[in-house]
Ligand binder design. Structure first.
Ligand SMILES: [Zn+2]
Length: 292
């Protein structure tokens, strides 16, 4: 059964939904051989001279959320920190291109990846971790967890978790539900099973709708706010095209990019007593920026 799922996911006819799609759509990732296979990751590219750089954040620990704060729509931090997140990869050509763009600017991000692609592109996964990014769980087959059994959900998450640990050596700390489908009961089960908090997003670029490079750029720059979690997908070429101007625009606004678990750590440093009003923000997250 696992082999069947794997074949389904890496075939050109793979059916995976975008994070914000209620129904599955064609992902269209063509499996290709990785250059260098599972060898050690390439050396870091030198940062650009005379260009905008992210502050050095590698000293900030990845912190696991506690049970009283299972759901993150945004982090409750006052400083200009935000987390850029990419879902549904890794993609064999677009993700390495994205990693080049991020490395030039010393930017750290979070990647919510799907298990079979992790298994197919281990060198890309190792490179992510070597370059300071956070890897996180986006299940094996990208099904809406509300529409499968609890046992199946646990297998989806558990298998992806094991792959990430085995291939990257990094233990994932967070989960993002495919399609944004989840509820309080499932969040508690997931936390009890794997210790994961559930990360949604503050700003949805809706990049999978292909709104155009400029629109994605604008949504990201306008969406940056303290503690914001920005959602993109690294499986769409126009998204990768939008990233240089978008991250430079956010850096110009004085923001520092951190990973989602670094945001958790920053929130805890502030001794936050209560979570923000996530119910209201959840509504916004579901319907996206729209007016931008
Ligand atoms: Zn997704």
């Amino acid at each position: 059964m696992r082999i069947l799922k794997y074949l389904l996911l890496v075939s050109p006819l793979v059916l995976l939904s975008s994070c914000t799609l209620p129904e599955p759509s064609l992902l269209g990732i063509q499996p290709v051989a990785e250059k260098g296979g599972a060898k050690a990751p390439p050396k870091k590219k030198p940062e650009r001279l005379n260009a905008l750089h992210n502050a050095d954040v590698d000293h900030l620990p990845f912190v696991q959320a506690t049970r009283d704060r299972l759901e993150y729509i945004r982090a409750n931090v006052e400083g200009r920190y935000c987390a850029l997140t990419f879902d549904d990869g890794p993609h064999p050509t677009l993700t390495p291109k994205l990693l080049d763009i991020l490395a030039e600017r010393n930017i750290r991000c979070t990647f919510y990846v799907v298990g079979p692609l992790v298994r197919t592109y281990p060198a890309i996964m190792k490179r992510m971790v070597a370059e300071g990014h956070e890897v996180a769980n986006h299940t094996m087959t990208h099904r809406d967890i509300r529409h499968i059994s609890v046992d199946r959900m646990k297998t989806e998450l558990g298998d992806c978790h094991k792959l990430l640990v085995d291939i990257t050596g990094q233990t994932p700390l967070t989960f993002r539900p495919p399609g944004g489908g989840y509820n309080d009961r499932l969040m508690k089960i997931i936390y009890d099973d794997l210790g994961y908090s559930t990360f949604i997003w503050t700003v949805d670029t809706n990049d999978w709708r292909r709104p155009g490079v400029d629109v994605v750029t604008k949504r990201l720059i306008n969406g940056a706010s303290p503690g914001a979690i920005l959602l993109c997908h690294d499986i769409h070429a126009p998204t990768i095209e939008a990233i240089p101007a978008a991250v430079d625009g956010i850096l110009k606004k004085g923001y520092t990019f951190v990973t989602v678990s670094q945001l958790v750590g920053l929130e805890k440093q502030g001794n936050v007593k209560s979570a923000p009003n996530t119910r209201a923000v959840r509504q916004l997250a579901y319907f996206g920026p729209g007016a931008l």
